[in-house]
Design a binder for this molecule. Sequence first.
Ligand code: SF4
Length: 252
Amino acid sequence: MFYLTEQFFSIQGEGKYAGIPSYFLRTGGCNLSCPGFGARYEVDGEVRFGCDTYFAVDSVFAKQWQKVEQSSLLIAELQNEFKEIGYYPDVVITGGEPLMYHTDKIFYEVIDWLVKNKIRITFETNGTVEIDFEKYPAYKSCVFALSLKLANSGEPKEKRVIPQALKNIQTHTKESFLKFTIDAELVETTAIDEINEVRHILPELDVYCMPVGESRDTIWKNDKAVFEFCMKHNFRYSDRLHIRVFDTTQGV
Ligand code: SF4
């Protein structure tokens, strides 16, 4: 059994495949909480801080999540959706942290079906989960967008950078890339040292940097600094197209 918080057809807004029409599955739950990203929300009058997808992270919202207990039902739903779309789009599995479910039987059956249908799957992951690729070989065919968290996430380093999990993904997959979310302040301080520390573990992967921002306003505050940072260090700049176009609207 696993939890889905939303599913929708849209365009990938970030990273290597930005601009490609994609079907999104967002799972519920995460092994981090990233209070440093500063998205403020209230639960029964208590103020909490998290990331821009706190609604898919904090288990207090689990009552609103959909329990997926049979892979056949979700697969049938996807087949109908793809029929309406008119083709099999890329599938992006995001969260929360989707790889928390990687050993779940129902979850794996869905991944296996997508792989067998030659659909490109991108996992948007924080890269902290060690995957058993021999027992679950379908993951070898997936793309891993390793969205590692830096100090600005507010999480301790030993929780957010797990070298053996990262090396394991690099070794077993054809395609992975690193994606960092940074702001103007981090550009001026520790961003390059922190990114280089991760590149030391994964020297072969391309690096994408994108501006912090859960809204157009915050992206505008950070994009120029990140743009120039990428030019200086030969990284790839990634925008956040969905936020540029839809601002704070969810499910697009
Ligand atoms: S790892 Fe990602 S989804 Fe999880 S809390 Fe941090 S930013 Fe949010």
